[in-house]
Design a binder for this molecule. Structure first.
Ligand code: F6R
Length: 606
């Protein structure tokens, strides 16, 4: 996870840049760097490792510029060396970047063919040369960035400065958050308001797709179409500077919208993005000889495990046993030799999950845990902790932790499949490429908020809602129903679509909305038959699918159009609309979204 800062100051900014980076160190700390405008040029200092190494470098070789950008890195593309550390630059421009530029390989090939010389293995350098190319062609800085942004695919945040331009900084946000800070005769840029707290509490949060031109006199903000827009200036209160809601009404909304960023950080921890390969930690067991994977967890984390069962069985061809931890801990399940037990927990403190972990450990299983809190008990008691990089999750209803858990488990499935030879190198590349595109697709789903408000109006009138899905969409149906009931208090149940006619169909009438999670995969036709059964009985079908509504052959109450993706990654994307539907419904119902009644974030009792 990388941190970005930028300052247009009245005097030398290097000390303040480093101060701000220190507050962002939680986002990444394998290397750091700053660049400042020095006369007609740009100078930079970078250092591998912790921020203190950069500080030492700056004492030896100070920078005096009044305009500068800084970065603390969490490596995605390219090893954590000084050469790969940000800022990246040419003689004309310098860039700090957070996120992933998906099409960097194509851009790089194209720019190299035009004579640009690349020095690093990073995706960011493609952005630097792309802007330089525009400048070489005669574009002014703002036009050069506008054109470059149109050519970038992926989820990212950027801070950009230009040689000889002492009163200019450009920022862009697509998928990764960015905050602009307003000072008196000074302007700031940061990955979050926490970084800017020592300098200002007057903050403007860029919205998805926004880019901004900063000068000491203020900021001009443009939306994704290049149209000037006004974004509110908010006062960040002291306590909010620790746990910050940004410009969102609820933590849950913020956390839903953080997903492009945190998924990409989590994926970057388990993938070699440059080679399109999985780079998974050694689990201390020969994966090629695995006899069984046993998964256990509670609630939303359990549903992440259930998706993993579909993935591991299908792609790695290993039997997977899964149960909720509150059951598994007392079942005295026999566990095999050479077995891997995987525990999934956001908090890492859930009592039932921990008890099951101890049971599995005592029964000779190798223990891996997918946790969001690295220092948690579950992490500490595991042989290997597999962290999700979701950042603190404050909303009680789990959202970003879930999709980050899926990110880790998807990589685990590929790692086991590769070790067992059930996935070829080519298939691995294709699956990894599909994973790398997930943050961008999630960002695109998050842009269609209005569709979810319309669905929420339907659901808020209902007493009961059903969610249906098949294959790896079944756990997403379960998760969607859980999300809705826990924050809106509307009764909701998830079913495997094929189970409908074995009982739940008796519930269907015109008052029961049915949310159908149905990517157009090899099971789509089967799910459509179930959907028709619902429609024929007057049920209100809300379809979440990449297929066109006509393909269902029946009248839909609503259709959430999803992007076309490899079916492997579909659960990671289809979770997002179910979160937004639940969130918007709860907002309409006026419930306490972040702290729904009776629920606790960390369940440390049975
Ligand atoms: C639902 C939710 C819960 C948790 C469950 C396990 O939105 O958050 O169902 O998933 O209590 O908690 P962790 O993941 O902390 O073990």
């Amino acid at each position: 996870m990388c941190g970005i800062v930028g300052i247009l100051g009245k005097s030398s900014v290097s000390t303040n840049l480093v101060d701000a980076l220190r507050r962002l160190e939680y986002r990444g700390y394998d290397s750091a760097g700053i660049a400042t405008i020095e006369g007609p040029g740009i100078e930079r200092r970078r250092a591998e490792g912790k921020l203190r190494n950069l500080e030492k470098r700056l004492i030896a070789e100070p920078l005096g510029g009044r305009t500068g950008i800084g970065h603390t890195r969490w490596a995605t593309h390219g090893r954590p060396t000084e050469r790969n550390a940000h800022p990246h630059m040419t003689a004309k421009v310098s860039v700090v970047h957070n996120g992933i530029i998906e099409n960097f390989r194509e851009l790089r090939a194209d720019l190299e063919a035009k004579g640009h010389k690349f020095e690093t293995d990073t995706d960011t350098e493609a952005v630097v040369h792309l802007i330089t190319e525009e400048l070489d062609q005669g574009a002014k800085p703002v036009a050069a960035v506008r054109s470059a942004l149109q050519q970038l695919r992926g989820a990212f945040a950027l801070g950009i400065i230009f040689a000889g331009e002492d009163d200019l900084m450009i920022a862009a946000r697509k998928g990764s958050p960015l905050a602009i800070g307003h000072g008196s005769g000074e302007m700031y840029l940061g990955s979050d308001a926490i970084a800017l707290a020592p300098f200002t509490d007057a903050i403007t949060y860029l919205e998805e797709g926004d880019w901004a031109v900063l000068r000491r006199s203020g900021a001009e903000i443009f939306n994704i179409d290049g149209v000037p827009v006004e974004r509110p200036l908010v006062k960040a209160v002291a306590s909010a500077l620790l746990i910050d809601k940004g410009n969102y009404r609820h933590f849950m909304a913020k956390e839903i919208h953080e997903q492009p960023e945190v998924i990409s950080h989590t994926l970057a921890n388990y993938l070699d993005m440059t080679q399109a390969r999985v780079r998974f930690p050694d689990l201390g067991i020969d994966l090629s000889k695995l006899t069984r994977v046993t998964i256990s967890a509670c609630g939303t984390a359990y549903y992440a495990g259930l998706v993993a069962k579909y993935w591991i069985e299908r792609y790695a061809r290993v039997p997977v046993e899964i149960d909720v931890a509150s059951e598994m801990r007392y079942r005295e399940a026999p566990l095999p030799e050479n077995g891997l037990a995987v525990f999934v927990s956001q908090s890492g403190e859930t009592a039932d999950t921990l008890a099951t972990l101890r049971y599995a450990k005592a029964n000779g299983q190798r223990i891996a845990s997918v946790v969001n809190v690295r220092t948690s008990t579950i992490a500490r008691e595991s042989h290997t902790a597999l962290p999700t990089l979701a950042g603190p999750e404050i909303g009680v209803a789990s959202t970003k932790a879930f999709t980050c858990q899926l990110s880790v488990l998807a990589c685990l499935a590929i790692a086991i499949g590769r070790a067992r030879g059930t996935i070829s190198a080519e298939q691995e590349t294709a699956l990894v490429n599909a994973l790398m595109e997930v943050p961008r697709h999630v960002a695109s789903i998050l842009r269609s908020d209005e569709a979810f408000v319309a669905v929420a109006h339907e659901l808020s009138k209902a007493d009961d809602v059903l969610y249906l899905g098949r294959g790896s969409s079944f756990p997403i149906a379960l998760e969607g129903a859980l999300k809705l009931k826990e924050i809106s208090y509307i009764h909701a149940e998830g079913y495997a679509a094929g189970e409908l006619k074995h009982g739940p169909i008796a519930l269907i009438d015109e008052n029961v909305p049915v949310v159908v999670v149905a990517p157009e995969d090899e099971l789509f036709e089967k799910t459509v038959s179930n959907l028709q059964e619902v429609a024929a009985r007057g049920g209100q079908v809300i379809l979440i699918s990449d297929a066109s509504p006509e393909k269902t052959g029946c009248k839909l109450a609503a259709h959430i159009q999803m992007p076309k993706v490899d079916s492997f990654v579909a659960p990671m994307l289809y979770a997002v609309p179910t979160q937004l539907i639940a969130y918007q419904t709860a907002v309409l119902m006026g419930t306490d979204v972040d702290q729904p009644r009776n629920l606790a974030k960390s369940v440390t009792v049975e």
